[in-house]
Design a protein around this ligand. Structure first.
Ligand code: FMN
Length: 146
């Protein structure tokens, strides 16, 4: 697990993720049709990637050419996600970083992923700016008993 504590580094990582989005524009990548809105928001001073969060944590696993199962590293972050509010800490899964990291070397370098390892998942965290007064409405869970 690596923790990027410095907010400026987190912002740099967000910028590298936006650069990855620029690199897939006009390509057959399944995300290419969606990235222009995100890039625009970034260019207007917003941060749709890291939400201006101060810190970023990610888990990593050995690269194995035969098995690409990142479940345990993701489970670890899920525990953090559940435990954090008890410590007054807010979290947000960093899905865009995860989407970009395997195929964009400058982002791998910015994250300083250790040699021979790959990211399982990443999570933003910090003391929340907003207080949540009510749990957001959810779609009802659909369960099939088969
Ligand atoms: C796999 C995964 C990736 C996500 N990636 C992002 C992301 O990149 N940016 C973002 O703002 N929210 C992202 N989210 C959503 C938030 O982390 C969070 O799950 C959502 O806002 C609901 O939070 P809550 O269950 O605490 O209300 C992602 C969620 C999941 C499950």
């Amino acid at each position: 697990m690596e923790v990027i504590f410095d907010k400026e580094r987190v912002q740099h990582i967000a910028g590298q993720t936006v650069d990855w989005m620029r690199s897939i524009q006009g390509t057959p990548h399944p995300m290419s049709a969606y990235v222009s809105g995100i890039i625009n928001e970034w260019e207007k001073g917003g941060d749709p990637i890291c939400r201006k969060a101060p810190h970023l944590v990610y888990t990593h696993l050995p690269i194995n050419p035969y098995i690409d199962d990142r479940t345990d590293g993701t489970i670890g972050l899920s525990y953090l996600d559940v435990a954090a509010p008890a410590f007054g800490i807010g979290t947000c899964w960093a899905g865009f970083i995860r989407m970009a990291v395997d195929s964009y070397e400058p982002l791998r370098q910015a994250l300083e992923i250790p040699e021979g390892r790959k990211m399982a998942y990443a999570m933003l965290f910090g003391y929340p700016k907003f207080k949540v007064n009510a749990i957001p409405r959810r779609n009802p869970l659909q369960v099939d008993w088969v």
